[in-house]
Write a protein that binds this ligand. Structure first.
Ligand code: GLP
Length: 247
């Protein structure tokens, strides 16, 4: 695992965007795994800017979301599909048919989860952007999830629902369930880029990257992957053992 520790959130976003840009420049037809959440806002802003200023182009790229809430109307502003559309995909030159997400309006959600799992595995993701939850979750894989889990319907923990309530008008409105890529699916990506900012991420980051590999900390599964880059600001990195390069 390669650690990159930057001075602040803005610098982590630029470093993460550098990595994504590097993958696309070496292969314009790359498939990119996208995460949602506050962590990624700056990363997408930077990529949008680079695309508008040129020469970065997503015209031949395909993108795949990690997860999607169940139970929201298709036009609800907080579906991850709508979040990623607003913050990234409609602002760059991606083709409309090159953006994939679990379809939580589908009649059979278990069947949809399996369909999406096959789609993502076949896509052979070149780089997967990943955030981390305060409880160590990745995508919506909560503590206790097996590391070989496939894409499936999951229940959100109370902790995650509380954390994500900031995006909704009320805590009750936060969905109870989601379809999420499984940890096993995520680990299939050729390269994983973990991004975290803020002191509230320092404990899960330390537990995930320097603690034991355990299903109680879903992100600790990343220790089993051969090509992970981690980009943190000083606060998120503050509990890591010293000696990681600061850039
Ligand atoms: C959600 C998403 C995760 C994300 C996490 C952290 O639960 N399903 O993919 O990593 O939130 O989000 P934030 O970046 O807002 O802290």
């Amino acid at each position: 695992m390669r650690f990159h520790i930057a001075a602040d959130a803005a610098a982590t976003a630029e470093m993460a965007a550098d990595s994504v840009e590097g993958v696309i420049r070496s292969n314009p037809r790359a498939s990119i795994g996208l995460a949602t959440g506050a962590t990624m806002v700056g990363v997408y802003r930077s990529l949008v800017r680079r695309c508008r200023e040129g020469p970065l182009s997503f015209a031949e790229t395909t993108v795949y979301l990690l997860d999607e809430y169940i139970g929201l109307d298709a036009d609800h502003p907080q579906t991850y599909r709508n979040v990623i559309t607003r913050s990234f995909t409609e602002l760059v030159d991606l083709r409309d048919d090159a953006v994939f997400a679990p379809d939580c309006q589908a009649p059979g959600l278990d069947i949809e989860a399996r369909r999406y799992d096959r789609l993502v595995r076949a896509a052979d993701i070149d780089i997967q952007l990943l955030g981390i939850g305060r409880n160590g979750h990745i995508a919506f894989n909560e503590p206790g999830t097996p590391f070989d889990a496939e894409t499936t319907v999951v229940s959100l923990s109370e902790a995650t629902r509380r954390d994500n309530a900031r995006f909704f008008d009320s805590a009750e409105e936060v969905p109870l369930q989601a379809i999420t890529q499984g940890i096993g699916t995520i680990l299939q990506a050729k390269q994983i880029l973990l991004v975290a900012q803020g002191s509230h991420k320092s404990r899960p980051i330390r537990d995930a990257l320097e603690g034991p590999v355990t299903t109680e900390v879903p992100a600790s599964a990343l220790q089993l992957h051969g090509d992970v880059s981690a980009v943190f600001d000083l606060e998120a990195a503050s509990r890591l053992s010293t000696g990681h390069p600061q850039v």
